[in-house]
Every structure is written in C-alpha cells, then in structure tokens.
Design a protein around this ligand. Structure first.
Ligand SMILES: *Cc1c(COP(=O)(O)O)cnc(C)c1O
Ligand code: SF4
Length: 338
C-alpha cells in the first residue's frame, strides 16, 4: 500500500477525495483571480463574459503565480484577455478537424498501433489556448457505455497495443471509474501499454492520492503518464512529490507543452522548463505548435521563430532534454515534425 503522506516534503491532504474539494474551491471569477495576485487594477481590461470560455484555475496553481506581475507566465495561461474576442483569419473553431469524431465515438484511432480514448470532458484548469474553449463539454462522458465501446474497439483491433486515455483530463474521473476500464482490459491482452494524458499532477497534485497510486501500481500494462506543463514555475515541491510518487509505482513520465507567446517563447524559458522537468523525473516529449483555434491567435509563435528557439535549446541542453517540435495536421499518420 502507498500512503499519500509517505514523502513529507510538504503537508499532504490525506484522505481520498480531498482533491475533489480543492477542485470545487477553484477560482472561477476573473476579478477574484486578479485580486489574489495583486493586480485588481487590470480588471477594467477584462473581456465580457470571460470571452465565452469560463475561467477555472485551482488555488494551488494561483499560489505559484508571481504577485503583482501582469506578465506572469502562469497567469497568462488562464486569464481571459480582450485579444481572445478578435477574429483572426486562419483560426477556426475546429482546428484539429476531428471534433465530430471526438464527441461522437470517444475513440480516435488515427495513428498506427495506438488508439486514443476521450475518457473525460472535464479539466481542473481552463487553458485559454485550448481547442476545448469551443467544446467545453460539460461533465463526465465516460459512462459505462463509453468503456464498453472502447473495449469492443480494442478487442476488434489486435494491431493496437497502446490505449491512450485523453480528454479533457482522464484523471478528473474517480479512480473507481478508471478501474472499471482497466478491469475490462484484462480480456484484451494485446493492449500492453496504457498512456494517460493529464495536466492534473501539475495543476492539482493532490489528485495523486493513495487510491490512484494503488490502482496504477496494480496494472499489468506498462503505464506512461504524459504531463502537460508549459513553464518551469508550474513546478513546486508538491508537484515534484506527485511526480516522484507516480515514478515509485512504475509510471514512465513524459511532458508535452505548447509553444505560447508570452509564456515560454524564449530559449531561456524552454531551457528552464526542461531542467525543471528533469529535476522532477520527467522527460520532455513534445512541444506543440498551437492548434489554430479562434481566440488563441495572440499566443501563436511563427514556425521560423519556433525552429530558432529549438535550435537555441539544442545548443544548450543534452539531446534528451530537447523536446520534439511538432504540429498536428489533420489526415497525417503522426504528429508532423517541423
Ligand atoms: C497525438 C495523438 C496520439 C499520440 O501520438 P504520439 O505521437 O504517439 O504521442 C495518438 N492518437 C491521436 C488521435 C492523437 O491525436
Ligand atoms: S488541461 Fe489540456 S485539455 Fe484541459 S483546458 Fe488545458 S490544454 Fe485543454
């Protein structure tokens, strides 16, 4: 058995379910967020109605923002901006071109050998640059029927060896829900790897509690957890502890980030991110060029600059700390390297 308080780097919420309470206590009001970080004078620049995409951010993430800094890289990821309301040519509401497939079946099988399951529509944080801003599908879509569908699909496709749980955030589901799925996988032996795409260990590390760790440890499949952090400041002792606990139960930890103007578009910021990841036992995997969704244009970094940044990174870091710069292109057989 793993206990949540094994590593006492910081006081840890003990009982299972505390993370739900923290989730409920998230900041959802832009004025309140500005007040918490000492920037109330910026309230007059807020867009009406959060520019059509609700603000949501856990208080632990807010605590990692620099007080009084209007350009804080964590604040920039979650604060509604007037720029989001500008219509930008070339930016659409379905930039990845597969929203229909995503919401209708839940299983996306675009690449050889791995199938991606939209396990949940919920996230603990609303990132302004995300395609979800146009599809904030309400609550959990992982009904029992969804698991059955996914398991049937996996059974019928012996060439698939890796099941990817994505979303939304799959760790927003209760652990017993996740267990229902993996119990079903016992009858699908050709699935040898389970991958979990999640931002929760970074934005709400309290989610990594004993029950979740016990579930992960007992899985017969190899488990890969792909985190999503964009800036070194997203890591604190509590997040590093969550990562360490995941590693202790045998998970391989990778990170994907999005290249975002004003957040991480400098060699220095990307280098610090890679260093912070490795210090937490996480390897950088992908850095994504932004999906061109309406409302996110002000975050875009053009390809030429993106390549220059990665080149600068390559001159400063060992190869294993340089993420692959990619873009998702509808119809491709993999992410497209730049
Ligand atoms: C991104 C993605 C994957 C994972 O791709 P990797 O290159 O294996 O990380 C798998 N399926 C779909 C549909 C995806 O969009
Ligand atoms: S956590 Fe991921 S899926 Fe959720 S809003 Fe942020 S980028 Fe989008």
């Amino acid at each position: 058995m793993i206990t949540a308080s094994e590593d006492n780097a910081q006081p840890v919420a003990g009982a299972t379910g505390d993370w739900r309470q923290l989730w409920r206590e998230s900041v959802t009001d832009a004025r309140q967020l500005l007040a918490l970080v000492g920037l109330s004078h910026l309230a007059e620049r807020l867009p009406e109605n959060d520019a059509g995409f609700a603000l949501r951010v856990p208080r632990g993430f807010v605590a990692r923002m620099r007080h009084g800094d209007a350009n804080d890289p964590l604040l920039a990821q979650v604060l509604p901006q007037l720029a989001e309301t500008e219509i930008a040519p070339g930016f659409s509401v379905d930039a990845v071109g597969d929203m229909d497939a995503r919401s209708a079946h839940g299983v996306l099988h675009k690449y050889h050998g791995r199938a991606l399951l939209i396990a949940s529509g919920s996230c603990a944080i609303n990132c302004r640059y995300c395609f979800r801003r146009h599809f904030p599908y309400g609550e959990e879509i992982a009904a029992a029927a969804r698991w059955r569908e996914a398991l049937d699909y996996a059974r019928q496709h012996p060439e698939v060896s890796e099941l990817i749980l994505s979303g939304g955030d799959p760790l927003s589901l209760a652990t017993h829900k996740l267990r229902e799925l993996t119990d079903g996988l016992a009858e699908v032996p050709h699935i040898t790897r389970l991958r979990i795409h999640t931002r929760l260990p970074v934005v709400l590390p309290e989610r990594i509690e004993a029950d979740l760790l016990n579930w992960l440890q007992a899985l017969p499949q190899q488990v890969v957890v792909v985190l999503h952090a964009n800036h070194a400041n997203e890591f604190d002792a509590r997040v590093r502890q969550a990562c360490a606990q995941l590693r202790e139960v045998g998970c391989h930890l990778l990170n994907q980030s999005v290249l975002l103007r004003g957040v991480n578009d400098s060699v220095q910021a990307l280098e610090a991110l890679s260093e912070a990841l490795f210090a937490a036992g996480v390897l950088p995997y992908y850095v994504h060029q932004l999906d061109r969704v309406q409302g996110a244009a002000h975050f875009e970094v053009d390809d030429a600059r993106a390549l220059t940044l990665i080149d600068g990174l390559r001159q400063r870091l060992p190869g294993y700390l340089v993420p692959r710069l990619v873009r998702e292109v509808a119809g491709d057989a993999s992410k497209r390297p730049l």
